[in-house]
Write a protein that binds this ligand. Structure first.
Ligand SMILES: [Zn+2]
Length: 394
């Protein structure tokens, strides 16, 4: 039998078996599901495949899901009875959630279920949670909630919500499963696919990004070149500048693409620039544009933080590689699996120069920097403090 919509869920046989069993037993349907797993494990991909299988008359098991109208529209995000919420700012507000709850209360218009899929549910505000919670206490009979949240912070999802959900735990997909899908689905050259999957440590989206985008590969290289460059105070301050400005450039590019299209769409819908919109419409339009600007600003802050955070995660992983190599060197034992296998020579050299205690202390410094950034310390200040703490011994 074909895997149908499940083919896109990579390296998660146990999860797929559990979800397929649920699709086969509609009478016993659970109305609230929480998909957890490490970043890049494919939480929202699994949730969406589940939504498609639930709506499909054939349970999503076609050789080619694109040939089925129901599957195709769910997977493309245009099905009338599957609402997707992606909190774009730092949090998902109560107004957005109220609108969702209103939709969730409706009977499905053409599908079998009314499905609400919330990506990054850990970004909901407390008020938003309370609104969802009321709904989960007495869910409408045909409504299914699919919440997704990273398992690194399961405590970010309040226990009152978690306790009402059936939890589906995804694992980090194996590197070879990720490489395989890059080759089969994206047509990536096998050697590049294997390298990207290994460099991304089983993070599917990141692996695809590295495989397809040379700028992403260069950005990763620039970050991983930092530790061995920190030979003087001046070098530390330079490296901090480079890290902060590279993250800002990357997020500026993403922000410009998203913002431009949105602002144009709002202006067009308000008739801004058209002749004689009238005073009332113009002032209403100014309000809407202001609201949009506020949302865009919040999103820009988040994107900037995310790209700097990814650089920090890459750095911490290189020091972690140095730590395990230093320990193996001192005590013997199995050669370890590295987070950055292509940078083994750097990790070896770091291990020799800073030793296990030095590596451990530097991992702590990177984590402190992430905490400072999460608490809104200015990136320049936090990253300078970091690179100075990472300086190599003379
Ligand atoms: Zn179908």
């Amino acid at each position: 039998m074909s895997d149908g919509v499940w083919a896109r869920v990579i390296g998660q046989p146990a999860v797929v078996a559990e979800l397929r069993a649920a699709v086969a037993q509609p009478a016993a349907m659970t109305h609230a599901w929480l998909f957890t797993g490490p970043p890049g494990s494919g939480r929202s991909v699994a949730a969406r495949a589940f939504a498609a299988a639930l709506q499909c008359p054939d349970g999503g098991l076609h050789a080619d899901p694109a040939a089925c109208h129901s599957c195709r529209t769910v997977l493309a995000g245009t099905h009338a009875d599957v609402q997707t919420v992606v909190p774009e700012g730092l949090s998902l507000g109560v107004a957005e959630v109220r609108e969702l709850v209103r939709i969730a209360g409706r009977a499905p218009s053409l599908g079998r279920w009314q499905i609400v899929l919330v990506e990054d549910a850990d970004r909901m505000t407390e008020q938003a949670y309370n609104t969802v919670l009321k709904m989960l206490e007495e869910p409408p009979p045909r409504t299914v909630f699919l919440l997704c949240a990273p398992s690194l912070h399961p405590e970010d999802v309040p226990v009152t919500i978690r306790s009402r959900c059936r939890v589906v735990g995804l694992r980090q997909p194996p590197v070879d499963a990720v490489a395989d899908v890059l080759v089969r689905r994206d047509g990536v050259d096998p050697a590049l696919a294997a390298w990207s999957a290994a460099a991304a440590g089983g993070h599917v989206g990141r692996a695809r990004h590295l495989a397809r985008d040379e700028a992403a590969r260069l950005a990763r290289k620039a970050v991983l070149d930092v530790p061995l460059s920190l030979v003087s105070l001046a070098a530390c301050l330079n490296a901090a500048d480079d890290l902060v400005s590279a993250a800002k450039e990357e997020s500026d590019r993403a922000v410009a693409e998203l913002d431009g299209a949105e602002t144009e769409a709002v202006k067009a819908s308000l008739g801004v620039g058209a002749r004689g919109p009238g005073v009332a419409a113009a002032s209403r339009g100014a309000g809407q544009l202001k609201e949009l600007e506020k949302r865009q600003k919040s999103r820009a802050t988040r994107l900037g933080r995310d790209s700097l955070d990814r650089a920090l995660v890459d750095l911490a992983a290189l020091y972690r590689d140095a730590l395990v190599l230093a320990v193996v060197r001192a005590e013997g034992g199995e050669p370890p699996t590295l987070a950055h296998p292509d940078r083994r020579p750097d990790a070896e050299e770091l291990a020799a120069r800073i030793g296990p205690e030095g590596a451990l202390r530097r991992i702590g410094a990177v984590l402190d920097c992430r905490t400072a950034l999460a608490q809104n310390v200015k990136p320049q200040v936090a990253v300078e403090a970091l690179t100075v703490a990472l300086r190599l011994p003379a």
